[in-house]
Ligand binder design. Structure first.
Ligand code: 13P
Length: 260
């Protein structure tokens, strides 16, 4: 059984004061992170507070982006060495906002994935199609191209440390979430591709998340799908109450129970 994962991508939100207020409320909630995984992708500036305020509570964190080089003349970028010092376990790579707004190509995403593995981070790689691509019947082609590129140069050991987040671009921040059936179809497609490109073992264990307008009211139907292991949540992860409600609605009576 794959553990359920609840990841909050805060994007360009939260000052240090806001991060502190959020975490003080969130991390003290009884049972949080037990029997399921909770993961935050805060802005770079807030990473410094994560270790300090999360303490021994079983919550992990990572960065929303990372440059592939260790250091150099890359104004405005952040290096894997800097992130390692901040206790990041994961790195979000290839989010559609990076790809669409900041021009990250599949090749750039692949370089970042390689760097993340070199430095021992677990890359969570985002893939997803635009509305035009979906309407044109090209969603599968686009997503599989992104998946192939994200797996191309990896060893099986590296692939086993990776996860994918299927985030249809038209569903992000729009309130137009994908149906749980469509999300399942796409996540199953990704898992099948991992089987073909890597192995059955790696694909059976790989976390594959859905993201795009996930809310407390729709989370349960996603996590009932066999190939959806969790959610990458934007807007609804910004308030402790709504993010907690997402986790509780997904897990029901299992919330806070440690699996044997
Ligand atoms: P929303 O949950 O705000 O739609 O954002 C999804 C997302 O992009 C998470 O990475």
């Amino acid at each position: 059984m794959r553990e359920k994962i609840f990841a909050g991508n805060w994007k360009m939100n939260k000052t240090l004061a806001e991060t502190e207020a959020f975490l003080q409320e969130f991390v003290n909630y009884p049972g949080i992170g037990r029997g399921h995984q909770v993961l935050f992708f805060p802005p770079f500036t807030a990473l410094v507070l994560m270790k300090e305020l999360i303490g021994s509570v079983p919550i992990q964190w990572g960065s929303q982006n990372m440059h592939s080089k260790d250091s150099g003349a890359f104004t405005g970028e952040i290096s894997p060495l800097m992130l390692a010092e901040l206790g990041c376990s994961h790195v979000l790579i290839g989010h559609s906002e990076r790809r669409e707004i900041f021009g990250e190509s599949d090749a750039m995403v692949a370089e970042k994935i390689a760097a993340a593995h070199k430095h021992g981070f677990k890359p969570m790689v985002c893939v997803g199609e635009t509305l035009e691509e979906r309407k044109g019947g090209q969603a599968d082609v686009k997503v599989l191209r992104q998946v192939d590129s994200a797996l191309a140069d990896l060893t099986a050991e590296q692939a086993a440390r990776q996860s994918f987040a299927y985030e249809p671009i038209w569903a992000i921040g729009t309130g137009l979430n994908a149906s749980s059936g469509d999300a399942q179809t796409m996540c199953a497609l990704i898992r099948k591709r991992v089987t073909e490109k890597v192995s059955e073992d790696v694909s059976a264990a790989m976390p594959i998340l859905y993201g795009g307008s996930v809310k407390p009211g729709n989370i349960a139907e996603y996590l009932q799908q066999p190939d959806i292991d969790g959610a990458l949540v934007g807007g609804a992860s910004l308030k402790p109450d709504s993010f907690l409600e997402i986790i509780k609605n997904a897990l029901g009576d299992l919330f806070g129970q440690v699996a044997n």
